[in-house]
Design a protein around this ligand. Structure first.
Ligand SMILES: [Zn+2]
Ligand SMILES: [Zn+2]
Length: 563
């Protein structure tokens, strides 16, 4: 190694998102003149953030050091890790490294955007080292709820840092390679300076069951079903979809993917040989009705009850192709992300009202298994890697601190210290050890990405500056829950939204549009606040984008009151 300046002999960890908050994962590391960034995810908006689709990390710190940023490295294709890549690349043009499937998912997202410069995406392969300034990255295969996931062993002048990314240790994965325990053990044997490990399931004792654990419950549902089967899971849950396809083949059913993100993710996986679909099994959603009911399997997006998702629309009888009838079975095979409970239960209510038998929530045998390791897997990771320092990542504060507590007994076994950091709190490691550094500026940027699952809109970057520049429009309407009718005329409040000419008239038209949206909705839809707010927002957004310039769109946050 060439002679190092003092600054080179210091390693800095800069968490820019995902520590102390759910989602929005982004971690920067700096050594000398080099900065690498791991993941660029979105935060999952809670119910209280009406009208905001996407929240991404504030990139101020990276922009201040833009000349030193060498690369963005993606661990896997989940939205909380790659959802902010288009935004990231609109601000910083650096090479992006990803495994094959992750790359395909990201390219699909980027195709929907217009970026000034062509993104440079480079293929990352397991155990093939990538050299980035003073960092050398060694991608290691881990199992999780999607495919092609990578943990990173990062060699630095100070020692090896291991970032586990999202993982569980699945000893019998579906359609995936085995978890590369050996690679972690090898590094552990040689000595690891710092471990960053997934804290999501720190509250769960034991081991997370293998992906295969959902098979018995599914098999039982297939065996008993006399009519249509509708499953909902996350769009990139390829191993889950694989099991549904295998069972459909066994039970002589054909399969349709319903929902844009779900079908494109699974088509990409199929193209790459990661998802096996025998010929003649797949049908187009529009051909589902041509099959006899007992030959239909539909895999439908919208397990979180997202308003306007395919499943939410099917639940109120408003989906053209996914038509759920009396005696059909509907299975929600996903965990409910905190904050989405209300929307999911409303959707289940609607489905039950249609006469469907709905399977959801926790039951034994399970309808869903987590993609994150439980306590014993976390301990196993700590024991394999045997780090000198430990920073729990991926979780809210209580999860990070529980994870640090879980590691405490290893204090006598070589672990010097654990650090519970939140986004913006840095860690410095040098020859004297590890200590907290100065805080950096972090934050959230709100992006209004359009309109749900099916309709693609331009992504409009809407940071706080834009918000004060272009303003907010708040349509308020009161709906009678029993009749589905408006109680009075919609009101439109606007703040900071300026239109040079015809402003009054524009607000009047907006009011009419809101009224028309409600009048054209069914009673079932009108009784669903979340769905109505989303519909109003979509219709108003469409109107405003015709009437205003693309770069000056206000934030639209509808409020629907029920009486
Ligand atoms: Zn994940
Ligand atoms: Zn994650």
């Amino acid at each position: 190694m060439e002679d190092l300046t003092l600054a080179d002999q210091q390693l800095e960890l800069i968490p820019l998102g995902g520590l102390g908050e759910f989602g929005m994962n982004m971690m920067a590391m700096r050594c000398g003149d080099d900065i690498i960034v791991i993941d660029a995810g979105i935060l999952f908006p809670g119910q209280d953030l009406h009208g905001v689709d996407v929240i991404v990390p504030d990139l101020s710190w990276l922009l201040d050091h833009a000349d030193n940023v060498r690369a963005l490295i993606l661990t896997h294709g989940h939205e909380d890790h790659v959802g902010a890549v288009p935004y990231f690349l609109s601000q910083l043009n650096v090479p992006v490294y990803a495994t094959e499937f992750t790359e395909a998912l990201v390219r699909r997202r980027l195709d929907e955007q217009t970026l000034d410069e062509k993104p440079e995406i480079r293929r990352m392969s397991y155990r093939e080292k990538i050299s980035l300034g003073c960092f050398t990255i060694d991608p290691i295969h881990v199992t999780h709820s999607t495919l092609n996931c990578a943990a990173l062993a990062i060699d630095t002048p100070l020692g090896v840092v291991i970032h586990t990314a999202d993982f569980k240790i699945d000893q019998t994965p579906v359609g995936d390679e085995l978890f590369d325990l050996h690679a972690f053990a090898e590094y552990g044997k040689k000595g690891v300076l710092l471990l960053l490990s997934d804290s999501t399931n720190v509250d769960r004792p034991g081991f997370t069951p293998s992906e295969r654990a959902v098979r018995p419950a599914f098999e039982d549902i297939f065996a008993r079903a006399k009519r249509g089967l509708f499953f909902s899971c996350f769009s990139s849950a390829i191993p889950r979809v694989q099991q549904l396809i295998d069972l459909s083949v066994e039970y002589n059913r054909k399969v349709a993917f319903v929902g844009r993100s779900l079908s494109s993710a699974n088509e990409l996986a199929h193209k790459q040989g990661l998802l096996r679909i025998p010929d003649g099994i797949l049908v187009r959603p529009q051909d589902l009705h041509k099959l006899e009911p007992h030959r239909r399997t539909a895999i439908v997006s919208g397990s979180q009850g997202e308003p306007l998702s395919s499943m939410a629309r099917a639940s109120v009888g408003k989906h053209k192709h996914a038509v759920i009838e009396e005696g059909d079975k509907v299975v929600l095979s996903a965990r409910v992300i905190p904050g989405n409970d209300k929307a999911v239960y409303r959707m289940v209510d609607h489905l039950c009202q249609r006469g469907a038998e709905v399977f959801y929530g926790q039951q034994t045998p399970p309808l869903h298994v987590s993609g994150h390791g439980a306590q014993e897997e976390m301990k196993l990771m700590l024991n394999l890697v045997r780090p000198r320092f430990f920073v729990p990542v991926h979780g809210e504060y209580r999860q990070l601190s529980s994870h640090a507590r879980l590691a405490a007994p290893l204090r006598d076994q070589g672990l010097e210290e654990s650090f519970v950091l939140q986004s913006g709190e840095t860690l410095i490691i040098d020859e004297y050890g590890a200590r907290r550094g100065e805080d950096v500026e972090v934050g959230r940027v709100f992006i209004d990405a359009g309109t749900g699952d099916e309709i693609i809109d331009d992504m409009v970057i809407r940071d706080r500056r834009n918000l004060s520049e272009f303003g907010v429009i708040v349509p308020i309407v009161t709906i009678d829950r029993r009749t589905g009718k408006m109680v009075n005329e919609p009101e439109i409040i606007s703040r900071g939204f300026v239109v040079s000419e015809g402003g009054e008239e524009m607000i009047d038209t907006a009011r009419e549009i809101v009224a028309a949206t409600i009048q054209s909705s069914s009673k079932e839809e009108a009784a669903d606040v979340g769905m109505m707010e989303e519909k109003i927002r979509t219709d108003l957004r469409r109107f405003l984008s015709r009437r205003t310039s693309r770069s000056s769109r206000p934030l639209i946050t509808p409020v629907v009151l029920e009486v």
